[in-house]
Design a protein around this ligand. Structure first.
Ligand SMILES: [Zn+2]
Length: 271
């Protein structure tokens, strides 16, 4: 699943090529994404200038003079840039063609992604307004986590993966951050000290920033690349390493299901 670092890398890869360009046409081949692509969107976008792009959680927001396109990659979506006329393949659901000859093509076998339009401020959109702070922002701190965790019995891993608490901490990054912070994934969120939350918050920022930096190295291949711009060459310490030795203590990494998600941890280093 595309995680926050992949979406951030997609944004950084696309924006320099598309900002300031006007839309020649939107071609929709399949409207049936997680929500249907609105009918009439083709006419709405034609001739309009893309003023800028930004990311909120895992949503990409494309700003036009009269509103925003809201895009999400879902479980299996990817956006790539094409130059020239490449024949669409299966699962290439829409193209957004620009005046400079660039074409933004969306590919999504499972169709859990979306492309919506909003005239209002995107922060007020029903999919966005309830979301917690960005993990890389100053609002996200150990104090913030500690305050919200009080009296919560939920496993800390579920707590930090809850988008109402903080956005963009997916399963891989939650597992890695908890390992580096030495916190067991099932420890109740309300039974963790302020000092440990301060450490965890800074580690979450580091883990995500490292993944974004690793993604940056794939940006040169972004143009005309096949599929996702990157699941990055970031070294994972526990995720997917069940039965392999922990890099710190050599205990064997375990895999436990927490909130229906595979959770990898070291039984000795994490408590
Ligand atoms: Zn260990």
């Amino acid at each position: 699943m595309p995680e926050l670092p992949e979406v951030e890398t997609t944004l950084r890869g696309l924006e320099p090529h598309l900002k300031g360009q006007s839309v020649v046409k939107l071609v929709v081949r399949n409207r049936r994404l997680r929500w249907p692509i609105p009918s009439g969107l083709e006419a709405k976008l034609r001739g309009q200038t893309l003023l800028g792009m930004r990311r909120r959680a895992k949503y990409l927001l494309l700003e036009f003079p009269h509103g925003h396109l809201l895009s999400h990659l879902g479980m299996s979506g990817s956006l790539r840039l094409l130059t020239g006329d490449l024949t669409p393949q299966k699962h290439d659901h829409f193209d957004l063609a620009f005046a400079n000859g660039m074409c933004l093509r969306y590919h999504d076998p499972r169709r859990f992604g979306l492309l919506l339009w909003t005239k209002r401020e995107p922060a007020m959109h029903r999919l966005i307004r309830h979301l917690g702070p960005e993990p890389l922002s100053d609002k996200f701190t150990g104090e913030y986590l500690y305050r919200l965790a009080q009296k919560r019995k939920a496993a800390v891993k579920n707590f930090i993966m809850d988008g109402r608490i903080v956005v963009g901490v997916g399963n891989i990054y939650a597992s890695e951050a908890l390992h580096r912070a030495g916190i067991h994934p099932t420890r109740p969120a309300g039974r963790i000290s302020l000092a440990r939350y301060q450490n965890l918050a800074s580690i979450i920022k580091i883990v995500l920033a490292e993944a974004i930096a690793a993604g940056g190295t794939t940006l040169k291949d972004f143009l005309n690349s096949a599929g996702l711009p990157g699941y990055f060459a970031q070294k994972l310490l526990v995720y997917g390493r069940e039965g392999l030795p922990c890099g710190t203590c050599l205990s064997l990494i375990r895999n436990l299901t927490v909130g229906q998600r595979a959770s990898f941890y070291c039984p000795k280093c994490q408590n």
